[in-house]
Write a protein that binds this ligand. Structure first.
Ligand SMILES: [Zn+2]
Length: 392
């Protein structure tokens, strides 16, 4: 059977189409046509911000490196919060100074970069806070379209995940991919212990041995059996108990911990995965040493950034419900208070304590030229972890 001529083998857009402004809502394309026909070519400043966050009172800004990549070489100026910055609702996170006629067809792609990556990074960060120092590994690529796996995993990593499962995403991040044993290997080999032994025999010694102990038997007995056979080679056991059998995951994990301990396997760690979310993590921290998380991070709610014109030809103007004028966001270095002020009236000192303030939006592009180095994901992640709130 032949495919219909216009359908592609895989349903994703190409980098060339994004750069050509084809991933646009048609009304922006028509706007360009009209402005061209009417010979209107005005300079505007556009501002991105979110009115309301899906959860909590802060978000983690992510996706701006892709936006910078898209706009490099175009005649526009771009200021933004650096990748991995904390922000709050109503705060400006990005400003673009551009000729609107040429810019209009990029609005859709720009918001897409920011909304989804920020949603994932924020959710990952919330889970990382909930885990209180225990590593979280991102296993959720399988829930999303494969074309965007690298974006998802990068945002999860920047949000604080300790590693990602997807091979191509890990390679692009410059990290080793992280994984344990799938149920499929156990089913194909016949039992948990055979699979773990085969893994130990075949897979490079640098990869930690984590036995999966819930496929056929009871978690406690499979954990002990694996620990006895692999002895010092076993690093952890993973509990991925199906929800239909779960009852109380904490009780199951406690029991496994107890039995491992009294049999001399105090060093064997416990990984928990399967349907986790931030509210399920805190009680499990008592016994879990690490978590594998999928859907709740990869399918995180997007942050609904809007992009609005706030200046036309240097004059402040905005639609109803929106404050006009290009704005800078300041944070007080003494009391932490965040203040929004017009770019044209820079804030000299904190209005609350008169302390020194720091502008948070920084310029990345000057007429399309990158004027600031973009840090690697590892550096961004480190900074994120140092700045995250200690509790949700
Ligand atoms: Zn202050």
């Amino acid at each position: 059977m032949k495919r219909r001529s216009k359908e592609r083998a895989f349903h994703f857009t190409t980098a060339a189409e994004i750069r050509a402004g084809q991933v646009t809502d048609v009304y922006f394309e028509r706007t360009r046509q009209i402005l061209t026909a009417k010979k209107i070519d005005k300079h505007v400043i556009m501002e991105a911000r979110v009115k309301k966050l899906p959860q909590g009172d802060w978000g983690l800004f992510c996706g701006v490196h892709e936006a910078i990549e898209l706009f490099q070489g175009m005649p526009l100026d771009l200021w933004a919060l650096p990748e991995g910055s904390l922000f709050q609702a109503r705060e400006p996170v990005l400003l673009v100074g551009c000729r609107y006629r040429e810019f209009s067809v990029y609005e859709t792609a720009l918001l897409g970069f920011l909304c989804q990556a920020s949603g994932i990074a924020t959710k990952a960060a919330r889970c990382v806070i909930a885990a209180q120092g225990r590593p979280i590994y991102s296993f959720g690529a399988r829930r999303m379209h494969p074309a965007i796996a690298p974006m998802i995993e990068r945002a999860a990593f920047i949000g604080g995940c300790a590693g990602v499962a997807s091979v191509v995403a890990a390679r692009l991040l410059g990290e080793e991919p992280v994984g344990t044993i799938p149920h499929a290997l156990i089913l194909v080999m016949g039992d948990s212990v055979s699979a773990t032994l085969a893994f130990d025999e075949v897979i490079d010694k640098s990869v930690k041995r984590v036995a999966l102990v819930d496929t056929f038997g009871d978690e406690k007995f499979e954990a002990l059996e694996n620990a006895e056979l692999l002895d010092s080679n076993i690093y952890a056991v993973r509990l991925d108990t199906p929800s239909s059998r779960r009852g109380d995951m904490l009780e199951i994990a406690r029991e496994v911990r107890w039995e491992l301990d009294i049999h001399g396997y105090e060093n064997v760690k416990i990984f928990i995965s399967g349907g986790l979310d931030e509210d399920l993590i805190p009680p499990l921290n008592e016994v879990a040493d690490a978590y594998g998380m999928g859907t709740s991070i990869s399918n995180a709610r997007v942050i609904d950034f809007g992009l609005d014109i706030v200046e036309v030809e240097g004059d402040p103007v905005a639609k109803r419900g929106k404050e006009s004028g290009a704005k800078q966001l300041y944070a007080c270095k003494v009391c932490g208070k965040r203040t929004i002020a017009l770019f044209t009236r820079p804030l000299k000192a904190c209005p609350a304590c008169r302390g020194k303030v720091e502008p948070k939006l920084v310029q990345f592009l000057k007429q399309g030229r990158l004027i600031r180095e973009l840090p690697r994901p590892q550096e961004i992640r480190k900074r994120v972890l140092s700045q995250l709130p200690k509790e949700l």
